[in-house]
Ligand binder design. Structure first.
Ligand SMILES: [Zn+2]
Length: 333
């Protein structure tokens, strides 16, 4: 449980530009959701057909499967629309492509994830992974971290902007393709990672199945997703007009529960071997409060940044009330 991180060092611009970002995100979201929405009649994880509404937003809603408890967007743009969006949109990638923050992001975000992944792998197999594939590699931060630590690693990413950034900043050549269509793989991998990827995709099970087909028998898949049962969810249910992350249907078509993610693993013949809980819940709480009361000062105080947020987050993580989960899994025999 838990991941020490100075969120404010990474997100300093977001605090200043929160209101601006609200407007930008709304514009992109409204456009994406303006036409040809598909209604989801079966749970994308367990194929159940009974749901409860859990969060109503201006353009769509999140519903929850009564069977596996998975939460997902009910009326959503089609896969074709999202693929076009992710491969060409530049604004959306911007959070991750800020040159100034790139190295900080490698140290604070990518490295701890890599170290966790390696520990998981070593515990299960008593050796180092020989090859790593990062799916939805974004701007290459994780691949850069892998190579810096001496691992052989490839990344695949559909965003052209992301691939360009990876090349410019890290001199990392990502495969600019869709993993479901890419036939270039020459080998199978020891470790395949999805850091905040499958929740963006209309059919998450398809992505995981594809990954298992590229995995060595003695390999490991690691998946990070947003979690439903957490403080961020509770906060955003109160402030649903000012959402730019977590329960944002622009990016997150799916919000998993531990049970729905476990169901997804099981359907893909993956045995769960490890779990990691952490989040940005208290950051979210402070951000929403300061936005609502127009109290930017709250975010600038050292006591907020260095004491309040990390301390409360640690408490939330300890009782699994945090907004992210990472699971590691091995192929079942
Ligand atoms: Zn379900």
């Amino acid at each position: 449980m838990g991941k020490p991180i100075n969120l404010f060092s990474l997100k300093s611009d977001i605090i200043e530009k929160f209101k601006e970002k609200l407007v930008i995100n709304k514009k992109i979201r409204d456009k994406l959701y303006s036409k040809n929405l598909e209604e989801v009649s079966r749970c994308p994880i367990c194929e159940g057909s009974q749901f409860n509404p859990v969060l109503s937003l201006d353009i769509t809603e999140y519903i929850q499967c009564k069977e596996c408890t998975h939460v997902f967007v009910n009326k959503r743009p089609t896969l074709k629309v999202f693929k076009e969006f992710y491969s060409t949109n530049e604004t959306y990638q911007k959070t991750y492509t800020d040159k100034k923050n790139a190295m900080l992001r490698v140290e604070q975000v990518a490295m701890p994830k890599l170290k966790w992944a390696i520990r998981e792998f070593q515990r299960e197999y008593e050796r180092q992974p020989n090859s790593i594939l990062d799916v939805g590699a974004g701007s290459g931060h994780f691949i850069h971290a892998c190579r810096k630590m001496g691992y052989r690693a490839n990344g695949i990413e559909i965003s052209k902007t992301g691939c360009q950034f990876a090349k410019d900043i890290f001199d990392v050549e990502l495969i600019n393709q869709d993993i479901l269509q890419c036939l270039e793989f020459q080998e199978k991998y020891d470790l395949i990672t999805f850091w905040g990827v499958i929740e963006h995709y209309n059919y998450p099970i398809m992505l995981l199945r594809r990954a298992t087909s590229l995995l060595n028998k003695k390999g490991m898949i690691i998946v990070e997703v947003p979690r439903w049962n957490c403080l961020s969810t509770a906060v955003q249910q109160l402030f649903s007009d000012s959402i730019i992350r977590h329960l944002d249907p622009l990016g997150h078509l799916h919000v998993f529960t531990d049970s729905s993610l476990a169901t997804a693993f099981e359907k893909c013949n993956l045995n769960i071997v490890g779990a990691w809980y952490f989040g940005m819940d208290c950051y979210e709480l402070i951000l929403q409060l300061s936005n609502f009361f127009n109290a930017k000062e709250l975010l600038k105080q050292d006591i907020t940044r260095e004491k309040l947020v990390p301390y409360l987050q640690e408490k939330a993580d300890m009782v699994k009330f945090s907004d992210e989960i990472v699971l590691s899994g091995k192929l079942s025999r």
